[in-house]
Ligand binder design. Structure first.
Ligand code: ATP
Length: 223
């Protein structure tokens, strides 16, 4: 279980997140929506331990972010908005590099299967030759190498074609339900959010998102 309690973040005098509280249970996919600048990436960065909140607390599997950061980091998979992979290496070399970095021994076939699960079959291709969407697929596959409990995905499907997006959605749902992973997912594609997520968190003052999600039948939390 991920438990976020009264989390706030300010950059100087600018308040971005204001007393946000929610929890995520095993197997749940939570959508995070809001206008540009609402604070979605800030929240994901904090949950990924890359930024500190101004106040509030976070616990993952009862472990405190404040006290047990190194152990918590091992349980987190993060796909940031900016693609972070080695351009000169092939897909295979990137997967092997990040496998070593994670101190895991999955083996070539399992690594290759992770890419195929993300609808990426360009195993021997240098990353610099891949399209933006394919690079995102690789980033997604890399985030899963160390078998994280909590997956944080910041607009992971931007630039990915519709068929692959559907395949990735099916795979994420399978990951959540069969391996009880917790997934937090940001997207500006409301159809994708409604289709994929169990519950939806709306951040920011703009009522627009809540209004368009109200008929979705999903539980909506607003902050
Ligand atoms: N390091 C920083 N220093 C100061 N202000 C920042 C910093 N990072 C983000 N901000 C500001 O905090 C606010 C929230 O930014 P954030 O990137 O979290 O929003 P977002 O909801 O992810 O937006 P988008 O949908 O455009 O990705 C913005 O106004 C942004 O300018």
């Amino acid at each position: 279980m991920l438990k976020v309690t009264s989390l706030s973040k300010a950059y100087g005098k600018k308040k971005v997140l204001d007393h946000i509280s929610f929890s995520v249970g095993p197997g749940e996919i939570i959508g995070l929506v809001g206008e540009n600048g609402a604070g979605k990436s800030t929240l994901l960065n904090i949950l990924a331990t890359l930024q500190k909140p101004t106040s509030g607390s976070i616990h993952l599997q009862e472990k405190s972010y404040q006290k047990e950061k190194p152990s918590i980091r091992k349980s987190i998979g993060y796909v940031p908005q900016d693609i972070a992979i080695w351009e000169e290496f092939t897909v295979e070399e990137n997967m092997i590099f990040f496998e070593k970095l994670a101190w895991k021994k999955r083996g070539i076939e399992a690594l290759r299967q992770l890419c195929l699960d993300m609808a990426l079959d360009k195993w021997k291709e240098p990353v610099k030759m891949l399209s933006g969407g394919m690079k995102r697929k690789l980033n997604l596959a890399i985030s899963l190498i160390h078998d994280p409990t909590l997956l944080l995905l910041d607009e992971p499907t931007v630039g990915i074609d519709l068929k692959s997006r559907k395949e990735i959605g099916v795979y994420l749902r399978k990951l959540a339900s069969s391996e009880e992973k917790m997934i937090l997912y940001t997207s500006h594609d409301m159809d994708e959010i409604i289709h994929l997520c169990d519950r939806i968190i709306c951040i920011g003052d703009d009522p627009f998102y809540k209004e368009i999600l109200i008929d979705s039948g999903k539980e909506i939390l607003t902050f």
